[in-house]
Design a protein around this ligand. Sequence first.
Ligand code: AMP
Ligand code: GLY
Length: 440
Amino acid sequence: MVKVLLIGNGAREHVMAEALIKGGATICAFMSKKNPAIARLCNDEIIIDNLSNFSAMIDYAKLNKVDFAIVGPEAPLVIGVANALQAQDIPTVGPTIECAQLEGSKIFMRSLLEKYKIESNIMFKQFKDMDEIKDFVHKIGKENVVVKPDGLTGGKGVKVWGDHLHSEEDIYTYCNEIFDENGRVIIEEKLDGEEFTYICFVDGKNVVGTPLVQDNKRAYNGDEGPNTGGMGSYSMGDNLLPFVSKEDVSYANDQMHKVVAAIAEETKQEYKGILYGQFMKTQKGLKIVEFNIRFGDPEAMNILTIMKSNFVTVCQDILAGTLLKPLEFEQKATVCKYLVPEGYPVNPVSHSEIIVDKEALEKIGAKLYYASVSEENGKVYSSTSRAIGIIGIANTLSEAEKIAEEGTKFVSGALFHRTDIGTQEVLDKRIQHMENVLKE
Ligand code: AMP
Ligand code: GLY
């Protein structure tokens, strides 16, 4: 039997664990905090330690004689977990530190796309101090500005004109804040359009796509409030989105392919793992908003729950460079709603008890994935991050949304969620927005 070391402990890793077991593997996990559901799937073969403790990870992988490791989150990848494991002959699904800079540094990513003339890149410039920023902002116009710190920010560091920046002063204040923390600033042109997530499996050369998903980053209904790690996501029964065509997907795939070839050329390393393309469909075509070097969270729950292909085989193909065929997915719509602590993300209420009615969830066919929760004496408690993902899967989006929404009622605690994710109302709004953008 194949034995896999899973690294990470969120809802993304919970659904990865489930898919590995469904694929016939046994798993053990290296987690920074105990995810009770993953622990159960591992029959308690787990280690709780810092995900940067590579030597402990290597010892644990060797002790368990794992066939391969798979890494859930980006943080250990951008500091070289794949290099460390591979140096000890532990095959790893997840890119090396060199390739991981695609997410680890926005300046690296944009410069790579520029150097290799990849079309979906956008205008950007990097800054190390304030001097040139004002000139640049005047040149492109303040209303076209997006400010990003260079490194990892957990999805919360990007500030967009009109959403988070409302004056020139706001722009400069934020740039100064980044410099004060010894960061580098990147300013990008602001795009307008609809975003979608296109996650691919990559074996070094071949790039195989999965169903499109749309995440909802804002904290409150109606896309109001601060950005979060993602409040929920949906996908459609045809594995596309109403405002993204098959041709768009094939173009996106071509762009991903070019990036994989570019990174191989640039770093002399093959990208092996999961590559997440965040695209925006704009009047000027599809544009890259960012790359992530791992599954999305929540998107992994939309994708892996409907994947018919064997996830263990897919991982083995990634490692062997034999990812040659398209993968199979159920033609089902999915809706994920994240239950998050009250006050999240600004001032979350932590350590409140969560009561889950598992039987009621099962009865309506809703699936539940634990994110940032702890278990003490058989009771489940929230922390300061997203707590529980509830998934509805059905033939239509509206049925899937009803299951997910109904499912949230069977989880009680000091939590809230967005009731509008996956509703027809929001979908219509997105379609209308897309039409308006394309008409302009
Ligand atoms: P990122 O962390 O780069 O994904 O950015 C978080 C969110 O900020 C994205 O999902 C977009 O909604 C928004 N964003 C990032 N870059 C741009 C851009 N150049 N134009 C418009 N919105 C952007
Ligand atoms: N869903 C956004 C992310 O995983 O970064």
